[in-house]
Design a protein. Structure first.
Length: 379
């Protein structure tokens, strides 16, 4: 078995596989991806699959807009149908301060070229008659937002990367990383590998991987739970979300409803348990918002993790402390929707020293030494 590579990527979620695919697409296939479990076993396979360009941070808007372009081409590029559907994102506000911020956000988003609009509660009801607009103050809608199947998208990048020559080893846990001057020795449960460059794309475990080389990444992982209903006829086009209301919901290609909410009392840690309280609280909220859900049964319930950064924006780039150690971490629950653009940009940075489509210079970890603006559009 080959043990020396130019680049080793830790993590085979969609971020790691997107980086691997884009490296190979740009001509560098001497790449090894190490995954402790199986492809899409972590945060990617446990997320709701939303793809949103409506953000309060210009960096996130630009990354998401580029990602949408790449999602639109993914079937053609990889040969995979990822169940991509651009039914839009309808964002509801129940808070006066947030509603005022929505107006500022939409101005900024439009200036960046995003097709987005403000909607009154009456306009929401006219367009989406099944939504209860009681207490809604304002809404925004972007028709090119949407959703996809996270597992299929992850495997699309993984299989396409393998086809271009990338090696992916699953059930191979990274135990230690040893910088040795011109290269890294990566010790795993299947032996030792060496590379000139290491990329940390370990999702909820990214902080632990950083600590292996004494690179401090200000990250904390928090459990987030999701539940799924039995299927009904497919009619619900948009992803429906509210930050002040603390919820999101969408209908899958096969008719199921996927929904979730955050928990302000959740403590950091890698907890995969689920609770009946979550089901009860979310069911009550969703049945008030969408009364037709009252007759549906819950068929699945699981948990994953948001790998949170201090400002809820991703940390991407090369470590200022350790040359050739890169990371794409801290996505704060939005790694799936940003993965195509991040994979492309980081591959460009590694191979060419600069990015072509979207700048990631402002997203490196050293931004926390200066002032930073928190991303507020997070559930």
């Amino acid at each position: 078995m080959k043990t020396e590579y130019r680049i080793i990527i830790v993590g085979a979620g969609i971020v790691g596989c997107s980086i691997a695919y884009h490296l190979a697409k740009f001509g560098e296939s001497d790449v090894l991806v190490l995954e402790k479990n199986y492809i899409s076993s972590g945060s990617t396979g446990r997320c709701a699959g939303g793809i949103r360009q409506q953000w309060s941070s210009p960096h996130n808007v630009l990354l998401a807009m580029r990602s949408v372009k790449l999602f639109e081409r993914m079937r053609e590029e990889t040969g995979f149908d990822i169940e991509y559907r651009q039914g839009g994102y309808l964002v509801l506000s129940y808070d006066e301060q947030e509603a005022a911020q929505f107006e500022e956000n939409v101005k900024m988003q439009k200036n960046l070229g995003l097709n987005v609009e403000l909607l009154t509660p009456n306009q929401v009801k006219q367009r989406f008659e099944y939504v209860n607009v009681e207490k809604v103050l304002l809404a925004t809608f972007c028709p090119t937002d949407g959703h996809a199947n996270p597992h299929l998208a992850n495997f699309a990048y993984a299989f396409a990367a393998r086809k271009l020559g990338v090696t992916i080893l699953t059930h191979t846990e990274v135990l230690a990383i040893e910088p040795t001057g011109s290269k890294f020795k990566v010790h795993t449960s299947r032996g030792r590998f060496e590379a000139k460059i290491v990329v940390n794309a370990a999702g909820a475990y990214a902080g632990q991987v950083g600590s292996m080389v004494n690179v401090n990444l200000p990250l904390e992982s928090y459990r987030h739970q999701i539940l799924v209903t039995e299927p009904i006829r497919n009619f619900f086009d948009p992803m429906l979300i509210s930050f002040s209301g603390n919820f999101y919901i969408r209908q899958t290609k096969h008719g199921h409803f996927i929904m979730g909410q955050g928990d302000k009392d959740e403590r950091p840690g890698l907890n995969y348990n689920v609770t009946f309280k979550f089901e009860k609280d979310l069911a009550k909220k969703m049945c008030w918002l969408l009364p037709f859900l009252r007759t549906l049964r819950v068929v699945r319930h699981w948990s994953g993790h948001y790998n949170m950064s201090p400002d809820a924006q991703p940390i991407i780039g090369e470590s200022p402390e350790l040359a050739n150690f890169y990371y794409a971490v801290g996505f704060s629950g939005h790694g799936f929707m940003l993965a195509p653009a991040v994979g492309e940009a980081l591959a460009e940075k590694v191979l060419f020293g600069e990015t072509k489509h979207v700048s990631i210079a402002e997203l490196n970890v050293d931004r926390f030494e200066r002032s930073t603006v928190r991303e507020t559009n997070v559930v």
